[in-house]
Design a protein around this ligand. Structure first.
Ligand SMILES: Nc1ncnc2c1ncn2[C@@H]1O[C@H](COP(=O)(O)OP(=O)(O)OP(=O)(O)O)[C@@H](O)[C@H]1O
Length: 289
């Protein structure tokens, strides 16, 4: 469904992606996590044919998307700042959605407009940030495209609408399995929805793993400095902080790799939150304080 090999891309002299390779053949929901400027949006643009690779190849559902009108039947991309016409209301957006997507599901689009309580005849340019996200989610999910890509789809949604989005996403995926990629800065929000997570760091994909496996990574050890140092041995330290006589350290290992059962009287050993693990993993060198 997605096949990227040795992809590099620059905006003029500004390098945005380098030597990215990524393959996924199964329908699934994938989270794309990376820090600001790491290249998430650029990758999504290349997948949807909005940009041409400088090097390497991109195939989506067997089709090379750049400059290829056929690609719009295979991939839908809802951008963060989606360029809706100033003249459009919800009805216009849905009508264009139905023109451009072979698998367009009008009853589902109507359902989403209702559950998001979107005003059908108000101009989209006058929507709030959250409402703009809701219409993008509606178009993205109702497209039922074999590959559906959404850049920061939950931006601006309140807690209730986020839940509505996640429920709709899981329902439609169960009904019509396809490849849905969601980019995010906040992995904890989308992690429960995603079977796999791709991590993009410094312009290339550095990890692509099952969510359950990635969630086990990162171990926190807190206790007297000597005892903690003896315990961490040769592990890679991702974060290190002194709290008085206590040392707090995050190491790069699987929590189930013996840590879960290790008991030490003077040391606390815990699983690190996934977001903290990824932030530390993508820093340049361990943090010390
Ligand atoms: N139109 C552009 N012209 C020049 N450089 C650009 C352009 N768009 C992006 N870049 C650069 O390409 C790199 C990757 O940007 P990109 O928008 O893909 O990152 P991102 O991971 O989506 O960031 P964010 O999470 O902040 O949206 C950054 O260094 C950015 O400055």
């Amino acid at each position: 469904m997605i096949k990227i090999d040795n992809l590099s891309f620059s905006y003029g002299k500004a390098m945005a992606l380098r030597h990215v390779s990524f393959h996924e053949n199964e329908p699934m929901i994938i989270g794309l996590w990376g820090r600001s400027g790491s290249g998430k949006t650029t990758l999504m643009k290349l997948l949807s044919g909005m940009e041409q690779p400088n090097q390497g190849t991109v195939y989506v559902n067997g089709v090379s998307p750049y400059n290829n009108p056929e690609a719009m039947h295979h991939v839908t991309f809802m951008q963060e700042n989606h360029p809706f016409s100033d003249l459009w209301d919800v009805e216009d957006a849905l009508r264009f959605g139905s023109y451009f997507n072979r698998n367009w599901d009008q009853p589902f689009a109507n359902h989403l407009v209702n559950v998001f309580e979107l005003p059908r005849n108000k101009k989209i340019r006058n929507f709030s940030k959250g409402m703009k996200s809701m219409i993008k989610i509606t178009l993205g999910l109702a497209s039922k495209a074999p590959v559906t890509i959404m850049d920061e789809p939950a931006n601006g949604l309140d807690a209730s609408m986020r839940k509505t989005f996640y429920d709709a996403l899981l329902d439609t995926y169960e009904d019509t399995p396809r490849l849905i990629m969601l980019s995010t800065h906040h992995i904890d929000e989308v992690e429960p929805l995603c079977e796999k997570i791709a991590v993009i760091n410094q312009h290339t994909i550095t990890r692509y793993e099952e969510t359950e496996k990635l969630k086990r990574q990162g171990v926190l050890l807190t206790g007297p400095e000597d005892a903690v140092r003896a315990e961490i041995g040769t592990h890679t330290i991702l974060e290190e902080r002194k709290l008085g006589k206590q040392l707090h350290v995050m190491v790069d290992d699987d929590y189930d790799n013996g840590f879960a059962t290790r008991t030490k009287a003077d040391i606390t050993i815990e699983k690190a939150p996934l977001q903290d693990y990824l932030v530390n993993l993508t820093r340049k060198g361990p943090t010390k304080a």
